[in-house]
Design a protein around this ligand. Structure first.
Ligand SMILES: Cc1cc2nc3c(=O)[nH]c(=O)nc-3n(C[C@H](O)[C@H](O)[C@H](O)COP(=O)(O)OP(=O)(O)OC[C@H]3O[C@@H](n4cnc5c(N)ncnc54)[C@H](O)[C@@H]3O)c2cc1C
Length: 262
């Protein structure tokens, strides 16, 4: 990376000042930044802020922004609370070396269209703790850039729930052609589609049709999957056409709901 000045703040306040007042660019794992190099006049290394943790806070679970994919994938707490959703979403991304470096904060901040993790976080109804700017729902954060560059401190998940993740890939290490996640949390369903190829979005009509029943009947699941297919917005790119994505969306959503309801 072409960095003119590298800062290594020791507190969130110091980091926020460098980012919001001095135009510094946050660096998490640096993995995506390195892939798309641009000269950084001021790089703000977030690795000295103690943001690598997965904590049970009773009413919710906190993921520090610098927590890596591998830590999420192998966390016994997340497995106990959400079943195999995290390994299902993360375990096929490139390789263990990459997953040891890439972070949840860098992923949410990037709002990447191809992201698998963001689709799961969207289905789980994650909230973001933004330094100096309170909490925001992940969906609102994706829709609205805000007026200041954000510093994501942590991601808050519900204390428990069930979740499932499905994706279609042309080959193992490639980006998803489409991904889907369903979650049942606090008596209601959430369904998200991602890699459309734009960023993840909730499928509200599908969620409405699923209602409050933790184990919806087969016709209800099918109707929700069809609703997701109809309400979803899809585009084409080098991996697949919009029509292909729309066609497979119902199957992915149906599988995710059934897996979650098991
Ligand atoms: C080759 C390759 C293949 C990949 N394949 C997949 C895949 O199939 N599926 C998938 O889901 N993901 C995939 N990813 C994406 C990856 O998982 C991460 O989402 C991404 O690389 C983020 O990297 P990072 O954590 O190192 O963030 P960085 O590169 O350090 O930062 C990314 C962006 O986020 C900003 N940022 C970082 N942390 C914060 C913070 N706490 N607050 C505010 N802004 C912040 C940075 O300024 C930068 O703009 C792939 C990545 C690579 C390199």
């Amino acid at each position: 990376m072409d960095i003119q000045t590298l800062a290594r703040p020791r507190s969130i306040g110091e980091a926020l000042e460098l980012i919001q007042k001095k135009g510094g660019v946050p660096v998490a794992g640096g993995v995506w930044l390195k892939m798309h190099p641009r000269p950084l006049a001021l790089a703000v290394d977030l690795s000295g802020l103690g943001l690598e943790y997965i904590r049970d806070k009773g009413e919710f679970i906190e993921l520090g922004a610098m927590t890596t994919y591998r830590e999420l994938e192998t966390s016994s707490l997340l497995a106990e609370r959400f079943g195999p959703a995290f390994p299902a979403a993360l375990g096929r991304i490139v390789g263990v070396q990459l997953r040891n470096m890439v972070t949840v904060g860098g992923t949410v901040a990037g709002k990447y269209g191809f992201s698998d993790l963001n689709t799961l976080l969207m289905a789980l109804g994650a909230r973001l703790a933004l330094a100096g700017d309170g909490e925001r729902e992940i969906e609102g954060f994706f829709l609205d850039a805000g007026d200041k560059p954000p510093l994501i401190e942590k991601i808050l998940l519900p204390a428990r729930g069930r979740a499932a993740f499905e994706s279609m890939r042309v080959s193992g290490g490639d980006f998803s052609v489409l991904n889907a996640s369903a979650a049942y949390v606090d008596g209601s369903w959430r369904v998200a589609l991602g890699a459309r190829p734009a960023a993840s979005r909730l499928c509200r009509e599908a969620m409405r049709l699923l209602g409050a029943e933790p184990r919806p009947a087969e016709p209800q699941v099918r109707a929700a999957a069809r609703a997701a297919q109809e309400e979803g917005s899809f585009s084409g790119d080098l991996r697949a056409s919009a029509e292909y994505r729309r066609t497979i969306s119902a199957a992915l959503v149906e599988r995710a709901i059934k897996e979650c309801a098991r």
